[in-house]
Design a protein around this ligand. Sequence first.
Ligand code: ADP
Length: 273
Amino acid sequence: LIVNAVPMQSKPGVADQVLLVLHDITEHKRNEERQKEFLANVSHELRTPLSIFRGYVETLLNGSSALAPEEVQRVLKILRRHSLRLSKLVNDLLTLSALEPDRMSLERSPVSLPHFLRRIESDLRQPLQEKRIGIEIDLPQNLPKIDADPFRLEQVFYNLVENAIQYSEPGSPIRIRARPEGNLVSIQVIDQGVGISPRDLPHVFERFYRVDKTRSREAGGTGLGLSIVQRIVDLHHGRVQIASEPGKGTTVTVLLPAWSATLPAGASAGQRT
Ligand code: ADP
């Protein structure tokens, strides 16, 4: 709390009153703290792969003549993996910053889910095939289109399906199920993977929160995927929920407005907010 005291005069020359102005800066302080913590996290996340990088480069420099070609190959592959992770981290950070509400404008249009989800599946063909994971897409005939920015929506479902792949055993199936729900459409990404403990579950939407840092890092995770999902869904005035049982699997439910539900007669997509 900041208190400013200003002397006041009821008669000229007689300062017989004091005006007290109280500023509650709790929220301001909290934002500052959050910002500091975020920067500390970013630095840590950048420093870790860079120091691993430097270590391996030293190994190559000092011992390149003595190292077997397979060993050199192995080190180069590690370096490639860490450089990919670093660029993913930078991309995720840029995405988060572009999603700040004051900078963000959504370009909404009617999105047809059957077509959209098949495209996501085909874009993720490589990681799906690598783990022999199939996606079952379960949609009813009469599903309304959704009112969303297709580019941002892609980011949501890439993140969710990539997580489902990443945290599932090879061969374990993924299901995407959508149903109309009042003026909304509910879309669920359901996996039968490792699941998340009740202790960690409330935190997974926080930036940089990872249940198993090593596993996530090894797999190229940044801990930013679900915060990006949350931010994008919020911007659409939708909701995202997660349910999980360790050892059984995880279901992420995204609720987004159906197209016809929010379109006033005669309005064009550009008029939406
Ligand atoms: P990451 O880049 O680490 O995947 P996310 O923000 O996408 O970051 O997810 C945060 C954490 O939540 C992950 O590190 C993981 O521990 C957990 N998580 C997310 N999705 C799943 C899932 N489908 N199954 C199990 N754990 C998950």
